[in-house]
Design a protein around this ligand. Structure first.
Ligand SMILES: NC(=O)c1ccc[n+]([C@@H]2O[C@H](COP(=O)([O-])OP(=O)(O)OC[C@H]3O[C@@H](n4cnc5c(N)ncnc54)[C@H](O)[C@@H]3O)[C@@H](O)[C@H]2O)c1
Ligand SMILES: [Zn+2]
Ligand SMILES: [Zn+2]
Length: 381
């Protein structure tokens, strides 16, 4: 089959790879109809990880069940399904508690949590391909209505819609509150959208990319351009000097300085400490890593950042972090889409055939030409 393969930094290619097959009785094989490129893929694309050449990328996958293992009970050939990016077993201590992003059995490296097509997240090839093997399929497949309706909304249930929602959950966003979201990438836009769905009174979205800030405005959030300087100050000025009740970091360690010419990995965390009012809370779905060989300073290379812990303590802020437990939210968010209460697909800028992956990666990475969120369609030509 054809699949998107990581070759070396800034180089992915669509290559022939072996078809996946049923390996365990509780596997299914899914024929992929929609699969997205994620900001998380860019960490590998840019060579910022230990990802080996040859890895098939893609953890945001939707398709049709093509083949069913003998031990699968809830799925049939022809079912339309979307898979959380987390591969999870369903029976370990963390899965039983709903913390499927930290499954204790699926990752042989000993790290908690698994994912498709992702470095260090277990032996699961990605779904930017014609077919995908889904382990523990009864647990990991979320059934969707038949047909093709809402495909561009439902595929976002694999990661960014639940992840944005998770950012709000970690921060405890409640009705009437004000929220500052840093990052207007797909995750940040979904966090802002989720905050509005949860009844926030005002949501600020910070970024510097004009098309992305325009999307934030489109959904009713207040765009804040950090290239104009001091985003925390801009937000405090618009909240009577108080700051927001809650904050979400949807940027992570690849945070840019205001001029956009170099990274300042702790800058978003520190801006959030300045932005959120005393006793507020921060949700941090933006990724931070234990090791970053590409970082500019020695501490950051070991995942240690200079964060304003003194001010954080003084303000009594709570902080929640980590991979999203997608399965905890995907059914409810699916039903909101089905019932017309949520349309996360507004974030999708491009739907392209699989063969367009190399160009799409390049443009999404450079954040040019309006590449906000790309869906690849392996069945299109
Ligand atoms: N926790 C999870 O489960 C999970 C899941 C998916 C993605 N992620 C992570 O979420 C983050 C965002 O993902 P994405 O797909 O939206 O990525 P993205 O790279 O498309 O978006 C990041 C955005 O942040 C903006 N930005 C950079 N520096 C900034 C700053 N100082 N202030 C404000 N904005 C700034 C960029 O311009 C960009 O638009 C990544 O770190 C990704 O790895 C985490
Ligand atoms: Zn993703
Ligand atoms: Zn588990």
């Amino acid at each position: 089959m054809r699949a998107v393969v990581y070759r070396k930094p800034f180089d992915v290619a669509v290559e022939e790879v072996p078809d996946p097959r049923i390996e365990q009785p509780n596997d299914v094989i899914v024929r992929i109809t929609s699969t997205c490129i994620c900001g998380s893929d860019l960490h590998m694309y840019e060579g910022r990880t230990t990802a080996e050449p040859g890895i098939v990328l893609g953890h945001e996958n939707l398709g049709i069940v093509e083949e069913v293992g003998g031990g699968v009970t809830a799925l049939e050939e022809g079912d339309r399904v979307v898979m959380p990016f987390n591969v999870a077993c369903g029976f370990c201590k963390n899965c039983l508690a709903g913390l499927t992003g930290f499954c204790l059995t699926v990752n042989p490296s000993g790290f908690a949590g698994g994912a498709y097509g992702y470095v260090a997240m277990g032996p699961y090839p990605g779904g930017q391909a014609e077919y995908l093997r889904v382990p523990f399929a009864d647990f990991n497949c979320l059934p969707l209505p038949e047909g093709t309706e809402h495909e561009a909304d439902y595929v976002l249930l694999a990661d960014i819609f639940p992840t944005g929602y998770h950012g709000c959950e970690l921060a405890g966003v409640a009705p009437g509150e004000t929220v500052a979201v840093y990052g207007a990438g797909p995750v940040g836009l979904m966090a802002a959208y989720s905050a509005l769905l949860r009844g926030a009174s005002r949501v600020f979205v910070v970024d510097r990319v004009p098309e992305r800030l325009a999307k934030a405005r489109e959904i009713g959030a207040v765009p804040v351009d950090f290239s104009a300087g001091d985003p925390a100050g801009q937000i405090r000025d618009q909240t009577g000097g108080e700051g927001t009740d809650k904050g979400v970091d949807a940027v992570g360690y690849q945070a840019m300085a205001p001029a956009g010419d170099h990274e300042e990995p702790a800058s978003v965390l520190n801006e959030l400490v300045r932005t959120v009012r005393p006793t507020g809370a921060l949700g941090v779905p933006g990724l931070y890593v234990p090791a970053d060989p590409g970082a500019a300073d020695e501490n950051a290379r070991h995942g240690m950042l200079l964060v304003a812990i003194g001010a954080l303590f003084e303000k009594g802020l709570r902080v929640g972090t980590g991979q999203a437990n997608v399965k905890r939210y995907n059914r409810q968010l699916r039903d909101m889409i089905t019932e017309g209460r949520a349309r996360p697909g507004f974030v999708v800028s491009h739907e392209l055939p699989l063969d367009a992956a190399p160009v799409a990666y390049q443009k999404f990475d450079q954040r040019v030409d309006g590449y906000t969120k790309v869906i690849l369609k392996p069945d299109a030509t």
